[in-house]
Design a protein around this ligand. Sequence first.
Ligand code: KG4
Ligand code: ZN
Length: 348
Amino acid sequence: MKILAIETSCDETAVAIVENGQKVLSQKIASQVDLHNLTGGVVPEVAAREHPLKIWPLINEVLKESKVDLKDIDAVAATAGPGLLPSLLTGYLTGRTIAEYLKKPFVPVQHVLGHVYANFLEREKIDFPFVCLTVSGGHNQIMLMRDYFDFEIIGSTRDDASGEAFDKVAKLLGLGYPGGPIISKLAEKGKPGEIDLPLVWLNENNQKEKWDQANFDFSFSGIKSAVRRLVLSQKKITKKFQADVSYAFQYAVTKVLATKLVYAAKKYNAKEVHLAGGVSANKFLREMIKQEMEDLNIDLPFRVPESFVYCTDNAAMVGAVAYFQIKEGVLPCVKDADPGLDIQLYKK
Ligand code: KG4
Ligand code: ZN
């Protein structure tokens, strides 16, 4: 089954053709990074105006590259939410219109589930149950995936998502957008122990707990405020200061993310440990998770997206969810899946 998939929830226009939920026949992404670098973050109206300019050329490119004729597409899928409504509308309406024209099913897809399914791409087999930490600019949650659409959100952020924190800290330090890749690069030059930032465990004493007592929620706004105070206390923002803060910030965020994910794997007897979303591109975080698994004697497959393009927003992951929605006979609960709504529940 070949699915034409579209993703326009934020600032990337992405289109893909995915076969049987796993094989990516072609995928293209038009990034708006240069545009948003000018403002140090995404301006929703600016992002929305770009999508209609990019979407048709991308659709034509993936059809050409995959050598798939439009009439041979079996279904069309698009991200329905959550995301920026004006951005979502372009992908959603374009996908829906093509599906109507082809008289093929239209599948609305939940964006965060999309990130989880990025780990199904180009892989033969995934074992349930698994735990997945999805960390991006807008989302930060641990999901227990019992089956394709039988899942539970066992922990989320109480304020900022970790990617959002990376972006805001980069802005405070006078660096560019998006902050994650810039901070992780600078952190390589930072000196461990030079700057101390709080690790936020969200329990009474704010201490790292044992795995069987942990809660799985996160908070990153306090670390961001601590960085702001540090920045204000400096006469001059030097390169060394930027690098040391980057290291301390990245350490504080990734240590908590990695620990809670691995604790969740142990508590719920997971068969695999997954990491997804834009921040999953962070190598330090990947290493930290492997280290935490080793420390807790957890010998399970650790999966990250097969390619870096499947970490950040892309359409291939949307095609993967849509395929399994069709295969498992599962539809979003939200009536007609209004674009912009967070499709929280799925049912047979
Ligand atoms: O998944 P994504 O493309 O969009 C959302 O759904 O939000 O994630 C984008 C986020 C940005 O906040 C960006 O700073 C972060 O992912 N990011 C990273 C890295 N690469 C991207 N964060 C930390 N380290 C990275 N290497
Ligand atoms: Zn995303």
